[in-house]
Design a protein around this ligand. Structure first.
Ligand SMILES: *Cc1c(COP(=O)(O)O)cnc(C)c1O
Length: 254
């Protein structure tokens, strides 16, 4: 909890430094190194947005959280939110799309036109289009997922014709570096691309999400205009296994 509060206040400060409303940034708590106990604790603290990058973990946690919320609804306890929002942030295989769609509020990681087409053609989207972000490889690293910046506007134009898919914005993952300040050009380039696409007007006013920044670099990302950050280890601790995690968690709360 202390870590969570700290991340929240740092996000607010970074947003204020960039001249924005401190509350304009949505924190997605990334659960990939978390235990289900830690996730429940955060839900009890009223936190709503959760992200996961690994398929198995995602399906397991989403089900466990749903049970937990169900119990709370029956017992009518406390401040627990009615529902949480799950974000899928990892590389998505096309044969997993059908499974992911009903569980997800926002897919951050659409990195090809073929994946968007798979979502478009996936059954079971009767109520609303699936909301997605297009992942951009702004840093130009080889072997990284994401669409090349020069191709992004064109890909978005094409996705925008798909009735079952709604493009809400862009996502980028910066390289791991020693000093996050050196990532500023990567984040700024992504922000510029985002603004350029917005200005063309093809995508409409629902194109309004810029997801960038992780534990090591979220403050720089917010200063550069991110309005969604995806933070895991800074909230839940490093890759602990379940047992060591329990120990770490009890040490934390001392
Ligand atoms: C794991 C992950 C994060 C969070 O990473 P941390 O460094 O633990 O904050 C954010 N985004 C994506 C796509 C991830 O896979």
């Amino acid at each position: 909890m202390r870590r969570y509060e700290e991340v929240r206040s740092r996000i607010g400060e970074a947003a204020a430094r960039s001249g924005g409303d401190p509350d304009r940034v949505v924190l997605v708590a990334v659960t990939k190194y978390a235990s289900i106990a830690q996730v429940r604790e955060l839900i009890e603290a009223g936190h709503v947005d959760y992200g996961e990058s690994r398929m198995q973990h995602f399906i397991q946690f989403a089900a466990q959280v749903e049970d937990f919320l169900e119990r709370h609804r029956e017992l009518g306890g406390g401040e627990v939110p009615e529902a949480v929002r799950w974000h899928f942030i990892g590389h998505l295989q096309r044969n997993k799309v059908r499974k992911i769609i009903p569980l997800t509020r926002l897919i951050h990681s659409v990195d090809s036109l073929r994946l968007a087409e798979e979502i478009q053609n996936s059954p079971g989207q009767f109520t609303a289009p699936t909301e997605i972000l297009v992942q951009v490889n702004t840093s130009g690293e080889k072997g990284k997922y994401g669409i090349a910046p020069a191709a992004t506007a064109h890909v978005i134009d094409q996705i925008d014709t798909m009735l079952n898919v709604r493009v809400r914005g862009l996502m980028c993952m910066a390289p791991r570096v020693e000093d996050p300040v050196t990532l500023r050009p990567v984040f700024e380039r992504t922000r510029e691309l985002f603004e350029d696409i917005r200005k063309t007007g093809v995508v409409g006013s629902h194109f309004d999400i810029l997801s960038m920044g992780m534990s090591s670099d979220y403050e720089v990302a917010v200063e550069c205009g991110a309005n969604v950050v995806r933070v895991g280890s800074a909230i839940f601790g490093e890759r602990a296994e379940d047992e060591t995690e329990a120990v770490a968690a009890s040490a934390e709360s001392d």
